[in-house]
Design a binder for this molecule. Structure first.
Ligand code: ADP
Ligand code: MN
Length: 179
């Protein structure tokens, strides 16, 4: 039987959203609570030499998607992975049991990204990406809408509730899928 979303013993979770919405903070805590492995794709792509180019205009790395997917495929097969990336349309749909899209109030996001040192076009492009809910639309068009969930991530209270919600989801998944 091929390894599919239904045959793995632990689920794979995708956490996506505009840069600054809180993916890494959430994934780190989620990994600690669940024992699942956090795959921070933008960092791992560098370690795995899966960067094909550097975009001067956007001041950002361009992924070698084919090489990245080949590298990730055997890792994803075992389940129990939390994938963190500000994009999701190039991952195989079958990798994920559930997809969460983090959302942040525009002015709060502007402040977070400024604090991170983003300025000019890089700052305005990322805030615009959130205003136009680009990642939510990308997730909905790339995965079954039933498994795509939008999570507000503007406040620390929301961050705590998101963590709790995903942990309970994994507990329930484990109960339903193992005997
Ligand atoms: P991403 O990985 O999506 O780029 P980070 O997890 O690095 O985002 O978060 C960006 C900044 O915002 C960090 O300083 C983090 O502590 C803060 N932050 C993230 N989520 C929240 C939240 N829900 N409420 C308040 N601050 C947050
Ligand atoms: Mn991050």
């Amino acid at each position: 039987m091929p390894v599919t979303a239904v045959s793995r013993t632990k689920p794979n979770i995708l956490i996506t959203g505009t840069p600054g919405t809180g993916k890494s903070s959430l994934c780190k805590q989620l990994a600690e609570k669940t024992g699942y492995e956090w795959l921070e794709v933008s960092k791992l792509a560098k370690d795995w030499e899966c960067i094909s180019d550097y975009d001067e205009e956007y001041d950002t790395s361009v992924l070698d998607e084919d090489k990245l997917l080949d590298t990730m495929e055997p890792i994803m097969a075992n389940g129990g992975k939390i994938v963190d990336y500000h994009g999701c349309d190039f991952f195989p749909e079958r990798w994920f049991n559930i997809v969460f899209v983090l959302r942040t109030d525009n002015t709060i996001l502007y402040d977070r990204l400024s604090e991170r040192g983003y300025t000019g076009k890089k700052l305005s492009d990322n805030v615009e990406c959130e205003i136009f809910q680009t990642l939510l639309e990308e997730a909905k068009s790339s995965y079954d809408e039933d498994i795509v969930h939008e999570l507000q991530s503007s406040t620390l209270a929301e961050a705590a509730s998101n963590l709790e919600r995903i942990v309970s989801w994994t507990d329930q998944w484990t109960k339903d899928n193992t005997s």
